[in-house]
Design a protein around this ligand. Structure first.
Ligand SMILES: Cc1cc2nc3c(=O)[nH]c(=O)nc-3n(C[C@H](O)[C@H](O)[C@H](O)COP(=O)(O)OP(=O)(O)OC[C@H]3O[C@@H](n4cnc5c(N)ncnc54)[C@H](O)[C@@H]3O)c2cc1C
Length: 425
């Protein structure tokens, strides 16, 4: 009998989420990480547990799931979360004016209770400058203020690793998987340490993030295809601005300014990456475009020396425009390819690590012939508040946005100003 019920390959947030869930279900799990846990993509995210404002118009179920997960994490690990206020300034000539931005936020506000936020507020130019003095004033028409949650990513990584280990799991750092032994239609062992070692288990889960396609190929599996998207942040050391910011970056894409202790992250970009994940890097053009965009809204911050951080979004291959890609995670069962005990999980978000872990666990338990695990209850478990949006997807959401925009235009909807924003902090 193999020593482990489950071997997980990859110690990013996805693999660690599976590790924690496996421990809770009483499985003997081993996690194989070629470097140190949480040091790849997971370390270079924007560091937000956010409600998926950007996905709302076309992928509302992911937004809802993200909001539900925020509710769970706020209840279970509040010490890891810090409320982060953001301003979305509107300048004369901007493609998105107050009408659409506030309509989008009206829709986002439907989930405000779930994600522990208050409704958005609209600030006049004077109010926006008072709360964020470094903001460019030329052409400023005002700003929309809202909040999200900043997460202590290293703290979350450590908490998940600890939870899995305390439940009897083993986390092996510096153990890169370079191949698999296959016997009788099953993966029998993962080959590690450049061929010098083997780890046997009853079930194997490939959670290698951007390297999921490569790792699946090591097991002779060709069905995992990724559509990697590169995200670059500028990292500016020194005193961060008092609040975050959202503004239009290269190509009109929304860019964030994320204050962190002792530094500020600005980004991320979103560009395709073809080729091996290890070949991805930051080009001088990407840095310069980000810096020039930042200079339009926060010139002092843009003038400081900075470095850059890069990660690849591990999005499973799908057709469609880049800005409409679904961020739902996907679980691949490789039984049909002659690997009956081999699964791959890919996609998802930092915010949705737990639903990913739970879905993987259910599939693992089924393969082990055990009943599904009981899931931790959550505030949002009653379901999405608006079944219309859930089923109608893009079309329903677009109609809803238009409805909010028209309603605002007709009613001249009440402006919640600085007082409401101060409440939100
Ligand atoms: C720029 C950027 C910003 C983002 N911002 C946010 C955000 O603010 N909020 C949010 O919710 N989501 C965000 N995301 C999305 C989300 O953070 C990522 O999807 C998630 O962190 C990816 O985690 P992962 O575990 O899949 O991958 P990774 O963190 O890359 O983990 C994969 C691990 O597998 C290991 N590995 C690979 N191959 C092998 C092998 N053969 N053997 C052993 N180990 C192996 C790697 O070393 C790595 O540690 C962002 C993504 C990007 C790129």
């Amino acid at each position: 009998m193999p020593p482990y019920d489950l071997a997980i390959i990859g110690g990013g947030i996805a693999g660690l989420g599976v590790f924690e869930c496996a421990g809770r279900a009483g499985l003997k799990a081993v996690l194989l990480e070629r470097g140190a846990p949480g040091r790849a993509t997971t370390a270079v995210t924007s560091g937000l547990l956010h409600g998926g404002l950007r996905y709302l118009p076309y992928d509302v179920s992911t937004s809802w799931l993200m909001c539900r997960e925020i509710a769970r994490l706020r209840a279970e690990r509040p010490e890891l979360l810090t409320r982060q206020a953001f301003l979305w300034p509107v300048y004369r000539g901007d493609r998105l004016g107050f009408g659409l931005i506030e309509a989008l936020h009206d829709e986002y506000d439907v989930f405000a209770g779930l994600r522990g936020a208050r409704r958005h507020a609209r600030l006049s130019p004077e109010e926006a400058l008072r709360v964020l003095p470094g903001l460019s004033r030329e052409g400023l028409l005002g700003a929309v203020a809202f909040n999200e949650w900043r997460v202590d990513v290293p703290g979350l990584v450590a908490a998940l690793a600890r939870a899995g280990a305390e439940a009897g799991g083993e986390l092996l750092e510096g153990r890169g998987v370079c191949g698999f032994k296959v016997r009788d239609g099953k993966v029998a062992a993962a080959i590690v340490d450049g061929g010098r070692g083997e780890v046997e288990a009853r079930v194997f889960v490939n959670a290698a993030g951007p390297w999921a396609e490569e790792t699946a190929r090591l097991a002779g599996v060709a069905s995992v295809r990724m559509r990697l998207r590169k995200g670059v942040h500028l990292v500016v050391p020194g005193e961060p601005p008092p609040h975050g910011l959202i503004f239009a970056g290269p190509g009109g894409r929304r860019i964030g300014v994320y204050p962190r202790p002792g530094e500020t992250w600005i980004g991320p970009t979103d560009e395709p990456h073809d080729g091996p994940p290890d070949a991805a890097g930051v080009s001088p053009r990407e840095r310069e475009e980000l810096r020039l965009s930042l200079a339009r809204v926060l010139p002092e911050l843009a003038s400081r020396p900075c470095s850059a951080a890069m990660g690849l979004r591990p999005i499973p291959r799908q057709t469609g425009a880049a800005f409409l890609l679904s961020r739902e995670h996907r679980l691949f069962d490789h039984a049909a390819e002659g690997r009956s005990n081999f699964l791959t999980v890919a996609g998802g978000k930092l915010t949705t690590y737990r639903p990913m872990g739970e879905d993987v666990l259910d599939a693992v338990l089924e393969k082990l012939g055990r009943p599904p695990a009981a899931k931790a209850p959550a505030d949002g478990e009653r379901g999405m508040p608006w079944p219309l949006i859930r089923t109608g997807g893009l079309a329903a959401s677009a109609s809803l946005l238009s409805y909010y925009a028209v309603r605002r235009a007709l009613s001249g909807a009440g402006r919640r100003g600085l007082a409401a924003f101060a409440e939100d902090r």
